[in-house]
Design a protein around this ligand. Structure first.
Ligand code: SF4
Length: 407
């Protein structure tokens, strides 16, 4: 079924931009309070991963090299995936040694890696300051490809009541190097270098920004990282293969759409403001009507690229037929798809997953309205019961170790 495009938005885009501008500045100022540390090693060498092309040219100029070297390095770092300067064979030995003296091409270090019976692979990465974040590779069940789920923050400010990560307070934003680094380290794990070109199939074929954190509360770093990943002379992943999931940071959605044009997923989870205020407390700031208006304005949606609405199915909380019908009403006019995700229980939460019958009935109502509504069963259940758990386990282990050593 094709979905009719929305009629004109009730508020002009100029007016919306003006309204959102001050709110955007407030969000960016708050984000700066949680800035990541400068990516420099203990011996003072600068991390090159995460620099834009212009910044790369600048740091090369600072050590007396010509800016054109940036193109060469970019190719080795992002196309070939090489981390050792001495293997960059088109660069003369003396320059290799000089680069080695001043710079590093790093990766986050791997704390834990687990592969599930269904081949989902979860990584816990540690960054230079000891902070950790999770990355997950979810292979497609039918084809040789899959999605890499990337974290954007350590912890999260938003405290969505169904979310295990939300119980871990925000520690800091991840830097561009740490965000790109998660994807590169996941590709190291599968040996997917050099970056496949054009239509050549990729094993790690899509990115979903759905890991720990709210990516639109760390927009600058996320945007920089995505621009690096999309650059055609490096990793070259198409914007159509990247999806950013937000709880609904409305003022930043417009900016993300205009600047990055990547796909959008909305953590919706409720169709009434009173319930969404509880499940996704950010809704008190940006209620459902504002969120849906921002979805209609999203540029990729006007190109008929579907917006994904994520809906955690919680027994007797948000899973009635009436709510399914209201969901259909809300998304009408948008190219949309609904992912139904049975709640995945974790210790300390009173919620339970919807029954199979409820899931089926809810999905049928959405599908009858012409929208795809796949039921997403949790992957990698045997290695991790809920998102955020690898990090929690690692923290517990460290706390136990420091108790034992009396630290
Ligand atoms: S669902 Fe996302 S935004 Fe909400 S608490 Fe969890 S990680 Fe944060």
């Amino acid at each position: 079924m094709t979905h009719p495009m929305p009629s004109s938005s009730p508020v002009s885009s100029d007016a919306v931009n003006a309204l959102n501008e001050s709110e955007r500045r407030r969000i960016e100022a708050k984000s700066a309070l949680f800035a990541p540390p400068t990516p420099v090693t203990e011996d003072g060498r600068r991390e090159l991963v995460g620099l834009s092309r212009e910044e790369l040219a600048e740091v090369l100029t600072e050590i007396g090299e010509k800016p054109f070297r940036a193109k060469q390095l970019w190719h080795w770092i992002y196309h070939q995936g090489v981390t050792d300067f001495s293997l960059m064979s088109t660069i003369a030995k003396p320059l290799q040694a000089k680069l080695e003296k001043h710079f590093i091409v790093g990766r986050p270090s791997l704390t834990t890696q687990q592969t599930s019976r269904d081949d989902t692979r979860k990584f816990l990465f540690r960054f230079r300051d000891g902070q950790e974040a999770e990355t997950v590779y979810i292979p497609d069940r039918r084809e040789d490809r899959g999605a890499v789920c990337i974290s954007s923050q350590v912890g999260c400010t938003l405290s969505c009541t169904f979310c295990h990560t939300g119980t871990q307070k925000l520690v800091r934003n991840l830097g561009a190097a740490e965000i790109v680094g998660q994807f590169m380290a996941a590709r190291d794990s599968y040996g997917e270098w050099p970056s496949p070109k054009g239509d050549t199939p990729r094993l790690l074929s899509t990115i979903v920004l759905m890991g720990m954190g709210e990516p639109l509360y760390n927009y600058e770093n996320v945007a920089k990282a995505m621009k690096i990943i999309m650059d055609g002379e490096g990793i070259a992943l198409s914007r159509r293969r990247i999806t950013l999931s937000t709880s609904g940071v409305v003022p930043m959605m417009d900016r993300c759409g205009d600047e990055l044009g990547i796909n959008l997923a909305i953590s919706l989870h409720a169709v009434r403001n009173d319930l969404r205020d509880q499940l996704v407390p950010l809704n008190r700031k940006y209620p459902i009507e504002e969120l849906m208006a921002a979805c209609h304005r999203y540029p990729a949606a006007s190109n008929s690229r579907r917006i994904t609405f994520e809906y955690i199915m919680i027994r007797d909380v948000n899973d009635s037929d009436a709510e399914a019908r209201e969901l259909v009403r809300l998304i009408r006019g948008l190219p949309a798809k609904v992912n139904l995700i049975p709640f995945n229980p974790w210790p300390g939460s009173d919620f339970r997953p919807s029954t199979r019958e409820r899931l089926a009935s809810f999905a049928q109502i959405v599908m009858d309205a012409g929208y795809a509504a796949p039921i997403r069963m949790p992957r990698g259940k045997d290695i991790l019961a809920a998102c955020g758990q690898l990090k929690t386990q690692s923290e517990r282990k460290r706390q136990a170790e420091s108790r034992n050593t009396g630290a």
